[in-house]
Ligand binder design. Structure first.
Ligand SMILES: CC(=O)[C@@H](O)[C@H](O)COP(=O)(O)O
Ligand SMILES: NCC(=O)COP(=O)(O)O
Length: 244
């Protein structure tokens, strides 16, 4: 029997949609690619629809929901009413709430869970009442993690951009704030996810050292690696990084 990694790999397929949209038509086929990801071992599929639908279109979310069998994670900005309705209509396994500004190229910060405490409590409850697990995207700041716990969220997703950047300079230092944040999350009984700029170089060290890491969502680097290695080999390599 093969050993299963304890941290789930959810593959973000935004970049497949970016490529498809660049020519119109349906090549590459987003749903087929997601199904391939699953058959190659992915334990979840992540999408991050943005209001301009520059990659994931709202219809893609319905199409993926109807097709995939693993955990479906929809990330996005819940300050958009259209996003809330999209998530409620699809009832994914998990919604990850991200405080994106309009027109942002990519996500670049987590929630200020202190300032937005009341708003987050209300919106977390909206999704939970629909049976959807909620995760809040936060920076690795113990104060933000502590305040996230008081919103009632099930999980947090640690924004790993600074880990990925600093890993190249000093991996121990790069990890330090994430370790502290993870400890606070554990004490508060919050589930822990992570994502953004994780790749084949920095993933193993993160996964081996962050206690209780339940899920990583990875898109950009994984899809780039698949151009060189093929999707099946790439996914196996990412899963290998998650084996303890
Ligand atoms: C929240 C997060 O870190 C990712 O979902 C990332 O924002 C991917 O979005 P893009 O593919 O639009 O860059
Ligand atoms: N939540 C992070 C995510 O889905 C993918 O981020 P990236 O690997 O594309 O940087």
């Amino acid at each position: 029997m093969t050993e299963l990694p304890h941290t789930k790999l959810s593959i973000n397929v935004n970049k497949i949609a970016t490529l498809r949209n660049s020519r119109g038509g349906n090549n590459p086929d987003l749903v087929q690619t997601a199904l391939n990801c699953e058959s190659f071992g992915a334990q979840g599929i992540t999408v991050h629809p943005r209001p301009d639908e520059r990659h994931i279109r709202y219809q893609d979310v319905f199409d993926l929901k109807a097709a995939i069998a693993t955990e479906f994670n929809i990330e996005g900005n819940c300050q958009e009413e259209k996003f809330i309705q999209l998530v409620l209509a699809n009832k994914p396994t998990q919604v990850t709430l991200v405080p994106d500004a309009l027109g942002q190229i990519t996500s670049n910060h987590g929630w200020d869970t202190i300032k937005n405490q009341e708003y987050l409590k209300d919106i977390v409850a909206v999704f939970q009442e629909a049976g959807i697990r909620v995760s809040l995207f936060v920076d690795p700041d113990p104060r933000m993690v502590e305040a996230a716990a008081t919103t009632g969220t099930d999980r947090i997703e640690l924004y790993t951009e600074s880990y990925a950047t600093n890993y190249l300079l000093n991996k121990e230092l790069a990890l330090t704030p994430y370790l502290q944040a993870a400890k606070v999350a554990q004490q508060a009984s919050l589930g822990l996810n992570a994502g953004h700029d994780l790749d084949l170089h920095n993933l193993r060290y993160f996964a081996q050292n962050i206690p209780g890491l339940l899920e990583v969502s990875i898109g950009h680097a994984l899809i780039c690696d698949a151009l060189y290695l093929g999707l099946e080999v790439t996914i196996q390599r990412y899963l290998d990084q998650l084996k303890s």
